[in-house]
Design a protein around this ligand. Structure first.
Ligand code: NAD
Length: 378
């Protein structure tokens, strides 16, 4: 079968769903690969790089979609893209079925099969190698630190120079999930003093192992809401948490917020008052900007200065490191391809008896199969 990789058309999107090194591996699995001309341009990957790896190049969007049995994408398809699909085709990429009922209907009407990488059952250890949410969150967390360092006017590490002593920067990370942990690691490796907080106490050891200090909220309440995710906390907890965050805001130079609760707006953790209390020149990177923001003053998609504090609300952090994120994403999709093609003959088999495959198959031959039934405990 032939795998097609279109050029992403979402405004500003720089990622691409496969990279030349992975093209070569897909060919070894028995697939043919066709890449749309220019698909890798914004990730610094040229048509010639893909050609050298064994891909063919489609010069038009229509040729690409018509000539593919399987389409690898990053962003969910637009309705124009779905209109290019044909019955029997398989789409693999981010889909967000819960947020996209119209898209799901349109895809189903096109009689295609859709594997939503965002619907992968992440708690299956076998699924980790395919977990694109984790790889993208990891890149984004790292990039959040790079953005903070870029907006900050001082060193991260302490230095003793001939011109005097420079203290290390203090960084506070709110939310220590995948993105938060990546940010802790990146900020610590630049030499900052790093502190972090999460409502799930279980992450404290991971914070410490990455070089951070776990700061507890002075209130007994467990924050796990199941499946490794957080829940909405009680009023009492939130008040105690605000008090602790207000203290951190006065002390630190940089705050990176990553707190999310599945299916809910992002918790508002950093108030306008806390921003005002920060030192001039401080930086906040709000990684929850797209879900409403963890900071009251965040403007999604923009970097703004409020009360002398730069607040970065970019919603495209992974795309800002397009080569790295494309490479990791391509590898996640390759690992999925291996699972779909155990026979190594270039033909996929969407095996609905396999928990991981069942979880991410949201449409099978035009029939909506999302949400998957819960996985029985092993
Ligand atoms: P996420 O992006 O939904 O949330 C980010 C973090 O914000 C979470 O750690 C959450 O606890 C925290 N948070 C939510 N509300 C908060 C609040 N009010 N105050 C402070 N922190 C708050 O989560 P994620 O990073 O996608 O993943 C969460 C967890 O899922 C990970 O820590 C990981 O252990 C687990 N996970 C497991 C697997 C696996 O088992 N294979 C794979 C991926 C992720």
């Amino acid at each position: 079968q032939r795998i097609g990789v279109p050029r992403e058309i979402f405004p500003g999107e720089k990622r691409v769903a496969t990279v030349p090194d992975v093209v070569a591996k897909l060919i070894k699995l028995g697939f043919q690969v066709v890449v749309q001309s220019g698909a890798g341009d914004l990730a610094n990957l040229s048509d010639d790089d893909y050609r050298a790896a064994g891909a063919s190049i489609a010069s038009t969007t229509a040729d690409l979609w018509n000539g593919s049995d399987i389409v690898f994408k990053v962003r969910p398809p637009t309705s124009d893209e779905v209109a290019l699909m044909h019955a029997g085709q398989t789409l693999i990429g981010f889909v967000w079925p819960a947020q996209s009922p119209d898209l799901m209907q349109q895809l189903a009407a096109s009689k295609v099969t859709v594997l939503a990488i965002d619907a992968l059952p992440r708690t299956l250890s076998r699924a980790q190698k395919m977990d694109a949410l984790t790889s993208m969150a990891g890149v984004s967390g790292y990039r959040a630190v790079v953005e903070a360092a870029n907006a900050f006017g001082r060193f991260f590490n302490g230095q003793i120079t001939a011109a005097g002593k420079v203290p290390p920067a203090k960084v506070f990370i709110a939310g220590a999930g995948v993105a938060g942990l990546a940010a802790i690691g990146a900020a610590a490796s630049l030499g900052a003093i790093v502190r972090a907080n999460d409502t799930r106490a279980e992450v404290a050891d991971q914070v410490v192992s990455l070089g951070g200090e776990f700061v507890k909220v002075d209130y007994e309440e467990e924050g796990s809401g199941g499946g490794g995710y957080a829940k909405v906390m009680s009023e009492g907890f939130q008040a105690a948490q605000r008090e602790m965050y207000a203290k951190q805001a006065r002390e630190v130079d940089i705050i990176i917020t990553t707190a999310l609760i599945p299916g809910k707006p992002a918790p508002k953790l950093i108030t306008a008052e806390m921003v005002r209390s920060m030192k001039p020149g401080s930086v906040i990177v709000d990684m929850a900007a797209e879900q409403g923001g963890n900071c009251e003053l965040t403007v999604p998609g923009e970097a703004v200065v409020r009360h002398g504090v730069t607040i970065v609300g970019y919603t495209d952090l992974a795309s800002r490191m397009a080569l790295q994120s494309s490479t990791l994403y391509a590898t996640n999709l390759f690992r999925l391809s291996e699972e779909l093609c155990k026979t190594k003959d270039g033909v996929i088999n969407v095996n609905m008896a396999d928990d991981a495959i069942r979880g991410l198959t949201v449409i099978k031959d035009g029939e909506i199969t999302w949400p998957a039934p819960p996985i029985a405990a092993a």
